[in-house]
Design a protein around this ligand. Structure first.
Ligand code: PMP
Length: 436
C-alpha cells in the first residue's frame, strides 16, 4: 500500500533556523538526517513508546534517544524522582547521598565491578577508562576494533590503516597524527590480527577496548569464544581489557555484556541507560584498579557536574525498575517475537533481509548473510535500501534512528499493539523496498 509523505513543514522551518545557530543545524551529526530522506524531524514530546514532532505527527519510537530510554519516554517513576530532587536545587559540586544510592544499586547487583566513578557522558567514561588503563599499566598504546565506536575523544577517532595491523589513521580532522600513532586498529573477529599486534607491539599495549556487543556499525555480534580469547590474550600480556558497555550495559541484562557472556573485563564503561535519559556516564573496575584514580591515585579525572543530583535521581529511578524480577526476560521475549515475525516474513518473500538481535537490541540488514561479524561484511550499497525503508516507515508512523548503521531498541513501554502496528508497517515497507 502506497502512502503519502508526512508533512514536515514546521520541522523544516525549525531546521532552517537551527542551521543559522548550529553547524549543520544540529548538536550531534547523525540528527541531521544526512543518510535518510528529508528534513530532520524536530521532536516536541515523548510519552511511553510514542513521540510527536513539531508538525503533530505521531510515531512509535525505536530509537529511544539512542538507547537510554529502556523504560520509554517520560516514565512516571523517573519523572517523579527527578521532579522531587529538583525541588532542592540542581547542582552543588559537593558529594550527595544520591550518588551513594545509585552506586549502591549498581554495585550490589553487578559482580564485575567493585568501585565506580560517575561522569557526564559515554565519551567521558571511555576517555577516562583509557587514561586509567594507561596510568595503571604505564604503557601508551591502545588497541581498538574497526566497527566499534567509543565516543569522540582524540585517541578513539581513529580508523584502520591498510594492512592487518597498522597504526590507525585519524577519522576526524583535528586529531593529531601522533595521537593516532598510539592507537592500533584491527578487524573484529580476527585472532590472527590480535596475535600479530601483540607480537609487533610487545609490552606496549595498555588496553584492548571493545564494544562486547558492537552496536554502532550495524550489530556485529562476536562469539563468546572470541571475547574470551581477548580476555586471555590481555591477561597473558599484562594488558587491560576494557568493555565499552555504553550501549550494552543494563541493556542485554543488568550486568550487561560482561554478565551475558560471563567474562570479567578489567574496566567497564557505561552511559545511556545508567542516567535514565539525563547525562550520565560511568566507569568501574576492581577497587584496586579504581584506586589509581585521583584523589587517591595518580590518574587525574574530574567533573563539575559529575554525580549531578538531578541526573543521579533519574538513574536511581530507572535502575530501580530494571531490578524488578522478570524485567529483562519480558523485554527479551517481546523482542524475540517481534524479530521472528519480521524474519519469517522476509524469508517467505525471499527478500535479502535479516534482523540481527540480542536482548532488546535489533538491527535491520539488507543481506543474505547468516552472520555479519566485521564492519567490512556490510555492503555500503545496502544503505540505499535502508533509506527507502526509513522513509516508508516514517510515513507509516514508525521512527527508527536515521541511519542504516544504527540499531533499534525495544523498551518496556512498547506494547503488543505497538509491535503489531510496527510489523505491518515493516512488511508494507519491505514490499515497497523490494519492488523497486
Ligand atoms: N561508547 C559507545 C559504545 C557508544 O555507543 C557511545 C555513544 N553512542 C559512546 C561511547 C559515546 O557516548 P556519548 O555519546 O554519551 O558521549
Amino acid at each position: 500500500m502506497q502512502v503519502n509523505d508526512i508533512s514536515r513543514e514546521k520541522s523544516a522551518e525549525l531546521y532552517e533556523k537551527a542551521k543559522t545557530y548550529f553547524p549543520g543545524g544540529v548538536n550531534s551529526p547523525v540528527r541531521a538526517f544526512k543518510s535518510v530522506y528529508g528534513t530532520p524531524l524536530f521532536i516536541e514530546k515523548g510519552d511511553g513508546s510514542h513521540i510527536w514532532d513539531a508538525d503533530g505527527n505521531e510515531f512509535i519510537d525505536f530509537c529511544c534517544s539512542w538507547g537510554p530510554l529502556i523504560l520509554g519516554h517520560n516514565n512516571a517513576a523517573v519523572r517523579e524522582k527527578v521532579t522531587e530532587v529538583m525541588q532542592k536545587g540542581m547542582s552543588f559540586g559537593a558529594p550527595t547521598a544520591l550518588e551513594n544510592e545509585l552506586a549502591e544499586l549498581i554495585l550490589s547487583n553487578n559482580s564485575f565491578i567493585e568501585k565506580i566513578r560517575f561522569v557526564s557522558s559515554g565519551t567521558e567514561a571511555v576517555m577516562s577508562a583509557i587514561r586509567l588503563a594507561r596510568g595503571y599499566t604505564k604503557r601508551d598504546k591502545i588497541l581498538k576494533f574497526e566497527g566499534c565506536y567509543h565516543g569522540h575523544s582524540d585517541s578513539l577517532l581513529v580508523k584502520a590503516g591498510s594492512g592487518l595491523v597498522t597504526f590507525g589513521e585519524t577519522s576526524s580532522a583535528g586529531v593529531p597524527k601522533s595521537f593516532a600513532d598510539e592507537t592500533i586498529v584491527v578487524a573484529l573477529n580476527d585472532k590472527r590480527a590480535i596475535q600479530e599486534a601483540f607480537e609487533k607491539f610487545e609490552g606496549q599495549i595498555a588496553a584492548v577496548i571493545i564494544e562486547p556487543v558492537p552496536a554502532n556499525n550495524g550489530l556485529l555480534l562476536q562469539t563468546k569464544g572470541y571475547l574470551q580469547y581477548l580476555r586471555d590474550v590481555c591477561t597473558d600480556n599484562g594488558t587491560m581489557l576494557i568493555f565499552d558497555e555504553v550501549i550494552s550495559g543494563f541493556r542485554v541484562g543488568f550486568e550487561g555484556a560482561a554478565g551475558y557472556y560471563d567474562i570479567q573485563p578489567d574496566i567497564i564503561t557505561y552511559g545511556k541507560i545508567i542516567g535514565g535519559g539525563l547525562p550520565v556516564g560511568a566507569y568501574g573496575a576492581s577497587a584496586e584498579i579504581m584506586d589509581h584514580i585521583s584523589p587517591v591515585g595518580s590518574v587525574y579525572q574530574a567533573g563539575t557536574l559529575s554525580g549531578n543530583p538531578v541526573a543521579m535521581a533519574a538513574g536511581i529511578a530507572q535502575i530501580t525498575e530494571l531490578l524488578k524480577p522478570g524485567f529483562y526476560n519480558d523485554l527479551k521475549l517481546k523482542t524475540e517475537g517481534f524479530v521472528k515475525a519480521i524474519q519469517d516474513f522476509a524469508e517467505q518473500r525471499n527478500y535479502n533481509f535479516k534482523v540481527f538481535t540480542i536482548g532488546s537490541i535489533f538491527w535491520f540488514a539488507f543481506t543474505n548473510e547468516e552472520r555479519i561479524a566485521t564492519a567490512d561484511d556490510i555492503d555500503p550499497e545496502s544503505m540505499i535500501k535502508f533509506k527507502t525503508m526509513h522513509r516508508e516507515l516514517i510515513n507509516r508512523g514508525i521512527y527508527l534512528g536515521p541511519s542504516g548503521y544504527e540499531v533499534g531498541f525495544i523498551s518496556a513501554a512498547h506494547t503488543a499493539n505497538d509491535l503489531e502496528i510496527t510489523k505491518t508497517a515493516i512488511f508494507d515497507s519491505l514490499d515497497i523496498v523490494f519492488s523497486n
